[in-house]
Design a protein around this ligand. Structure first.
Ligand code: UDP
Ligand code: MN
Length: 376
């Protein structure tokens, strides 16, 4: 009898062990096992080549804008002359730099602003974070709009950069794969600290990439602020490619059942920052969020997750989300329908669809990594 029980116990142990191993195998597919840190980084660099930004590294910044102190910085946002009531307005910021010799970027920006205006039932206060050379181009595009519902204010990106120099230098150290110019950093990390630079009278801000196309009313996107849970400070959509599965692959190897980098809905696939809902009041008040921006915190989280990013602000949000999910309101995928498929053909074919799938209506297309947006 004792022998029988011992045998049953042995069989049960073996079966449980096999099932556990099988589960680990399914969770961590073969695809996400780069042999070394070098392999991992090399793939990331190849991806970066497809979306290399056309910045000239050594170019001197324009001195048209001269904004040094807080008062001057706040004055740049001067939308209070607007005859529209703040409650009927949507506040939007789009970075638009180095556009003069970049026809592709101009076309993207035109598509973005034109479609946003065409579908909007709200007055749009549009802050363009840019440089002097792109200013006229943006003004031309906006003045040609059919509907007169967009009011433009130019915010000097260099002035903003001065105000966030410290924050940026740490972020750049951890979330940038190349040694881009300082100016580039300002642009790609702007969203993380804009609550410290915008005037207190600005409560909510939607930050957008220029490579978007609207199919829906931005007022409906703005209404999602009201769906935030009390702990949410930022609204952001999931990243639609397994890029963070890759970035986190070292960590995932030693933590086979982790949610970090796994696909939705159970996993934490990371975020894409092409469409951001920033609750500036909550961001200013949130001790948790502001602690995350501290150098020590970024360093210790990066170390724990063996994390080296390359996509700017969204790397920061992704890393923070691994331990602070409650800070983020996850936007429905249709509000930032990313089209880039690079990672499907670079090692992640078998898991790609579980990240890329987006059911439901598409309100905003995002032509990331220079992917053309469908005409329909
Ligand atoms: N951008 C810019 N000038 C540039 C490159 C980028 O103003 O030379 C801005 C623009 O708003 C763009 C955003 O930075 O949409 C982020 O870059 P991009 O959309 O190309 O990155 P991706 O979405 O492909 O990762
Ligand atoms: Mn983009």
């Amino acid at each position: 009898m004792l022998k029988l029980i011992a045998r049953i116990l042995l069989v049960v142990t073996v079966v449980v062990f096999i099932l556990y191993k099988l589960y680990g195998y399914v969770t961590v597919s073969q695809t996400d096992v780069p042999a070394s840190r070098n392999d991992l980084d090399e793939t990331v660099q190849r991806f970066d080549q497809t979306r290399k930004r056309p910045f000239e590294q050594t170019e001197r910044e324009s001195d048209v804008f001269k904004t040094q102190n807080t008062q001057q910085l706040h004055a740049m946002w001067n939308w209070t002359n607007s005859p529209h009531s703040p409650t009927d307005s949507v506040f939007v910021m789009i970075p638009f730099c180095k556009a003069r010799h970049n026809a592709n970027l101009q076309t993207k920006f035109r598509t973005c602003v034109t479609s946003m205006s065409a579908f909007s039932s709200a007055h749009i206060v549009l802050f363009i974070a840019g440089d002097a050379e792109s200013r006229e181009i943006a003004d031309d595009i906006v003045s040609g709009l059919q509907k007169k519902n967009v009011e433009v204010h130019h915010i000097d990106v260099q002035g903003l950069g001065e105000g966030m120099r410290d924050t940026i230098s740490t972020l750049q150290q951890h979330f940038s794969s190349t040694s881009d110019s300082y100016y580039t950093h300002t642009l790609f990390y702007l969203s993380t600290a804009i609550h410290r630079l915008a005037p207190p009278s600005l409560h909510r801000l939607i930050m957008l990439d220029a490579d978007l196309k609207f199919k829906d009313d931005i007022r409906r996107l703005n209404d999602l602020f009201d769906r935030f849970l009390p702990s949410n400070v930022i609204g952001i959509a999931h990243e639609n490619q397994p890029v963070y599965r890759h970035v986190l692959s070292m960590y995932r190897q030693s933590h086979p059942n982790t949610r970090a980098g796994s696909p939705p809905p159970e996993g934490l696939p990371g975020f894409n920052s092409g469409v951001l809902l920033l609750d500036l009041d909550r961001l200013r008040r949130s001790e948790r969020y502001n602690t995350m921006l501290d150098t020590d915190m970024i360093q210790s989280l990066s170390k724990k997750y063996l994390y080296k990013g390359h996509l700017g602000d969204q790397d920061f949000y992704t890393l923070v989300s691994l331990e602070n999910e409650e800070l983020f309101f996850v936007l429905p995928c249709g509000w930032n329908r990313q089209l880039c498929r690079w990672w499907r053909d670079n090692g992640y074919k078998d898991v790609f669809d579980s990240y890329f799938a987006c059911h439901g209506p598409i309100s905003v297309y995002h032509g990331n990594c220079n992917t053309p947006i469908p005409d329909d």
